[in-house]
Design a protein. Sequence first.
Length: 130
Amino acid sequence: MHIFRSKYFYSTLLLLTVEIGIAKFHFNPFVRGFLGDVLVILLLYSFLKIFIKNNVFKIAMSVMVFAYFVEFLQLFKLAEKLQIHSEILLTILGSVFDTYDLVAYFLGFLLILLIEKTILKNEDNKNISL
């Protein structure tokens, strides 16, 4: 695995661990309901970047659009209509539409762009100094 993409592998593991911790230990509503949603965007992005080398913006945008899609499915009560009772599936799909989730996803998207810009800038500076 290329060193560049291994960062995404380790980021995915770290973010997955944090997300499981947030879900398992039921942190306060801000952490569980908002920060967890910001981090899930980073988690999905990091996972995809393990396999896809380029297209930072397109991948970040795709992750955000996917999250928005899942959130809008909640508006139409998909989990209820499919009679899903599994706690794990309900955690993944969600069951309540919340506009603050859309804000959290957008902040996650912006955070990805900021982090990637910083990483790419630092890597460019390393290449110049060599």
